[in-house]
Structures are given as C-alpha cells and as structure tokens.
Design a protein around this ligand. Structure first.
Ligand code: GAR
Length: 192
C-alpha cells in the first residue's frame, strides 16, 4: 500500500505517520510522497526530516476546493509519485471528481470530531462550544459528501470539568496521532 499524504498546515499527523513508518509499525504501508496546498507550511519540513519527498502544488485560486485543472494535476502528480492510496491528514480542501475518480475508494480522511457530529471546519471548536461531554476523532473514506464517507474507526475523548479549549484540543490531537497510523496499518494488512 503506497500512499501519498496531503496536508495543509502543521502536519503533526503526517509526522505521526512518518514516525510509525520509521518504527516499523505501519504494516505493509509505505508513505511515498507528501503534497501540500500552502506554500511553506510546516508539513513540508516533516518530509525533509523523514526523507519523503514533500512538494507544494498549486491548488488554483479557490480557498476550499481545487480548480478542476489543478485537481487533475494533483491526481497526476500523486500517481507519478507511485502512490495508489491518498491519506488526507489536515488537508483543508474538498475533493471532487478528478481525485475521487482517480483513486476510487482509496482516499481516507481524518476529522477531529465524532462524525456525523460536527463536520466541516473547526470540528474541535464546534464540539467545545456545543458543550459535549465526549468528542473525539474519526477516520473515514472520502466521497463527494463533505466528511460523509463510510467510517473506518473512531476514538473517543472525554471533556473533563478541568479541560480548557486548549487541553481538549490537545487530547483530540493525541488521539488522532494514534488512530490514523493504526488505520493505515490495518488497511495495509487487509484488517480494516
Ligand atoms: C487535525 O486535527 C485534523 O483532524 C484536522 O486538521 C488538523 C490537522 O493537524 N482536519 C480537518 O479539520 C479536516 N476537515 P496537523 O496538520 O497537525 O496534522
């Protein structure tokens, strides 16, 4: 299972995946490339650290989606890198036909809430403001519905009385760093 990681920001989840690969705990999965839609984003530096090619690719002029030509260019670049799967790890753009059709049922996404609650932007903040007692994170297949594809796995995080928005977010991120490499490992071994 050769996969590309797509991300837009800090890349702490990309780093967790690369660490798991280095530690030999990613099953038969191998990260072969990182692509990022934000020039200079920190995720690119993790590629350097772990020896995985990391590239900024122009997504086109829109904020939350690709232009069709640029999405086709992403699909081509990902295939050229040798990837047959895509892992969205903090990638803040909606995918449409060019990528969905190039990688049918082979794109997974990490979302920082227990879907179907709190889809879209700022899943952690949405859950905090709602006042939930539990939230967490979800790994799911990507289809044309935003955060709407089949759920592969979820991890639950409790909101304690002593939590602040920051500590709550930290706990969710810690859960993400475990669940995403684990799902990748299980998919690669045919266990998910
Ligand atoms: C993660 O919390 C991820 O779940 C979220 O962005 C963060 C990226 O962190 N993704 C989404 O909200 C997607 N809709 P990272 O760049 O440190 O991995």
């Amino acid at each position: 299972m050769k996969f590309a990681i797509l991300g837009s920001g800090t890349g702490s989840n990309a780093e967790a995946i690369l660490k798991a690969y280095r530690a030999g705990t990613l099953g038969k999965a191998e990260p072969v490339a990182i692509f990022c839609d934000i020039p200079g984003a920190k995720i690119l530096s993790h590629g350097e650290t772990y020896g995985v090619p990391a590239t900024f690719l122009d997504p086109g002029p829109f904020k939350t989606k690709f232009s069709p030509e640029r999405e086709a260019a992403y699909a081509e670049a990902i295939k050229a890198a040798g990837a047959d799967w895509i892992v969205l790890a903090g990638f803040m753009r909606v995918l449409k036909a060019p990528l969905l059709e190039a990688f049918p049922d082979r794109i997974i996404n990490l979302h920082p809430s227990l879907l179907p609650s709190f889809p879209g932007l700022d899943g952690i903040g949405q859950a905090w403001r709602y006042g939930v007692a539990v939230s967490g994170c979800t790994v799911h297949y990507v289809n044309s519905a935003v955060d709407g594809g089949a759920i592969i796995d979820q991890a639950v995080v409790r909101r304690e009385k002593t939590d602040t928005p920051e500590s709550f977010a930290q706990k969710i991120h810690a859960a993400e760093h475990k669940i995403l490499p684990d799902v990748i490992r299980r998919i690669s071994l045919g266990e998910a």
